[in-house]
Design a protein around this ligand. Structure first.
Ligand SMILES: Cc1ncc(COP(=O)(O)O)c(C=O)c1O
Length: 614
């Protein structure tokens, strides 16, 4: 029998004094996946999307297209949820463009935005048929050149910079206390209005579809958008006067819509006293923006029903779909001179950076007693050497080491903006759907943190008690010698379902010379297990076919090393000298690698591989 359940919001509830995310107990997620941990609800993502979609469909006379901003959370699985739900995507630059394509987002629903887009990127965009949102007037020429190179028109929208001249209220984004007008003017994105209105023609390769603007999160007041729409209509009117006969068929009003509980800017004076009521939602924005835009367009002779309205919510789609779980490791108290309590957790402001970047104040619950009344005031901190305050002066129930904390509304921008200060690996993300939970971004490892580092050879000095340059750091591949390559490829690919990555033949004189078998015909295939892990299948012909009685003839293990000479010296010191390291010059994936074979005490072949630099 289900005991009484108290609802916190659509995805969070409390049952038996325990926090649930959809139907999953937060404490179970922490135990199963470890902390710190980002948890995102697939169901909440869908609900947020459909609320925006239906509100704008209800209020706008023409078509509506949702382009949630992938920058808010780059997880491919989360993006896949939105793609499957029919959403398009706002992307900045190569990485996000790639993420949208890899997750199957239809190209005609992708808006490629961002400054200084290279011609190469624009050519890719034109070839794919995505919408290109230009950030500067000079990009018109780059887009035209890309279109000529590809032989297809470029589908272009112009990102404008409305003045927001009348917006004198304080920007909730500005620590300096600037007005919305002042803060917005400093923001570099978009084409200066003077440049735009100087334009009286565009190249024939450019299919000029529409106008884009994005105010950002300066205010949650829908009236700010209504006023901005006034500026937008004025710019479109001026532009139509220059480009006679032109009308927009797409108007993208960007994002900036708040998360319902709206942690944004609450550490700044202008929001410190904000009440705990919910921010306006999609219905209120649609009800304010759509009539203003519809009326404005009619007044300048544009039929609104022929215009598709587009939105790029980021935080409002992802924010309240995510929580962050962290374990309390210690509660430290100082009696004086300044009394302090620190609730030290295994997380960090490096993983929840908007406490510093956007001055967010997170709401925090103790997972095992989420409804307990506050009893203490403490700084909730993380484990770096910096100030690392995740919540300053948090009002919390009594907590102790081992308690689990849930920070709410962390689904947008936190993982995306996180970093590795103190060389800390970043937490993974779990996706929850009803009772199901799956890891969709694994926890980073310390090896991941150093994966891009290269220590030049002259610095990798060999010292008795220092680094051990001969030590292998990765299994490069495992090789299996087979009697019939076709039969083995069938087994590994068709029976086990692995991917055939490459196959080929050799006469034994190229890189296969390292096996020391002489000039025997060789057929080989690489099958991939995942994460780049390879099983290599080798069929040797000729006078020395594999001898099943010898372990070394059946398999070999290839170990990756960073200093092949050091490994070679080390093995020579121990026993019989193997062949010298061999530089592979044959063009292909192995070109530039240095390799030699050795045998272990049982005669098993070990291949030592130093990959090509870079
Ligand atoms: C062009 C554009 N669209 C949409 C967004 C998403 O904004 P938000 O997450 O505030 O909705 C951003 C954020 O920077 C943006 O630059």
């Amino acid at each position: 029998m289900e005991t009484s359940r108290k609802t916190i919001d659509e995805m969070l509830s409390v049952r038996d004094d325990e926090l649930l995310v959809e139907e999953c107990r937060a404490a179970d997620l922490a135990r199963r996946f470890g902390t710190p941990l980002h948890v995102v609800s697939e169901d909440q993502l869908r609900r947020n999307l459909s609320r925006f979609q239906s509100a704008f469909e209800r209020h706008w006379p023409g078509p509506t297209l949702l382009l949630p901003s992938i920058k808010a959370n780059g997880s491919l699985a989360l993006r896949r949820v939105l793609t499957l739900a029919g959403a398009g995507c706002d992307v900045f630059g190569e990485g996000e463009f790639e993420a949208a394509l890899r997750t199957g987002t239809p190209p005609e629903k992708i808006s490629l935005n961002g400054p200084m887009k290279s011609q190469g990127l624009l050519e890719r965009a034109v070839r794919a048929g995505v919408m290109i949102t230009l950030d500067d007037i000079g990009e018109l020429e780059t887009a035209a050149a890309a279109s000529r190179a590809v032989g297809r028109p470029a589908r272009v929208r112009l990102r404008i910079r409305p003045d927001l001249a009348g917006q004198a209220s304080a920007s909730e984004m500005s620590a300096a206390g600037d007005s919305i007008h002042e803060a917005y003017q400093r923001y570099k994105a978009g084409i200066p209005t003077g440049d735009l209105l100087a334009l009286d023609r565009v190249a024939p390769e450019i299919e000029l579809r529409g106008i884009h603007f994005h105010i950002g999160r300066h205010s949650a007041d829908p009236e700010v958008w209504v006023e901005a729409v006034g500026d937008l209509v004025e710019i479109i009117e001026g532009f139509r006067a220059r480009l006679v006969g032109w009308s927009p068929s797409e108007i993208d009003i960007g994002g900036g819509f708040p998360v319902p509980r709206d942690p944004f800017g609450r550490l700044l004076p202008q929001r410190r006293q904000a009440d705990d009521g919910l921010a306006p939602g999609p219905e209120q924005y649609a009800a304010a923006i759509c009539p203003a835009l519809e009326g404005g367009l009619r007044s300048i002779g544009v039929d609104p029903a022929s215009v598709r309205i587009e939105l790029e919510p980021g935080r409002a789609i992802y924010g309240d779909a995510g929580i962050h779980l962290a374990r309390v490791g210690n509660v430290k108290r100082q009696a004086g001179p300044q009394p302090m309590t620190w609730v030290e957790t295994d997380s960090s402001d490096a993983y929840l950076p908007d406490v510093n970047l956007e001055f967010n104040r997170w709401r925090c619950l103790v997972v095992e007693r989420p409804l307990a009344a506050p009893e203490i005031t403490a700084d909730v901190t993380g484990r770096t050497c910096a100030l690392d305050v995740i919540i300053p002066d948090a009002e919390l129930p009594r907590v102790e080491a081992g308690d689990l904390l849930a920070f709410l509304d962390t689904g947008a921008y936190q993982d995306a903006g996180s970093h590795n200060f103190n060389s800390l690996p970043r937490p993974g993300t779990v996706l929850v759907h009803g009772r199901e939970a799956e890891l969709v971004r694994r926890h980073e490892t310390v090896d991941d943190v150093f994966a891009r580092d290269l220590v030049p050879e002259h610095l990798a000095e060999e010292k008795a008690d220092g680094p051990r340059p001969w030590r292998p750091y990765l299994i490069d591949h495992v090789a299996v010698n087979c009697a019939d390559l076709g039969r083995s490829v069938h087994f590994y690919c068709e029976v086990l379902g692995l991917e055939l990555r490459a196959r080929g033949e050799s006469d034994g004189t190229d890189e296969f010379a390292i096996t020391g078998r002489g000039e025997v015909p060789i057929r080989w295939a690489d099958v991939e297990v995942g994460d780049g892990q390879v099983v290599e299948l080798i069929e040797y012909g000729g006078p020395r076919p594999p001898d099943p009685a010898k372990a070394g003839d059946q398999v070999h293990v290839a170990l990756r090393v960073s200093d092949i000479e050091a490994v070679h010296r080390r093995i020579c010191e121990e026993g019989p000298r193997p062949a010298d390291p061999f530089l592979i010059e044959t063009p292909g994936a192995w070109q530039g690698a240095r390799v030699f074979y050795a045998t272990d005490p049982d005669g098993v072949s070990i291949e030592l591989v130093q990959p090509a630099r870079g």
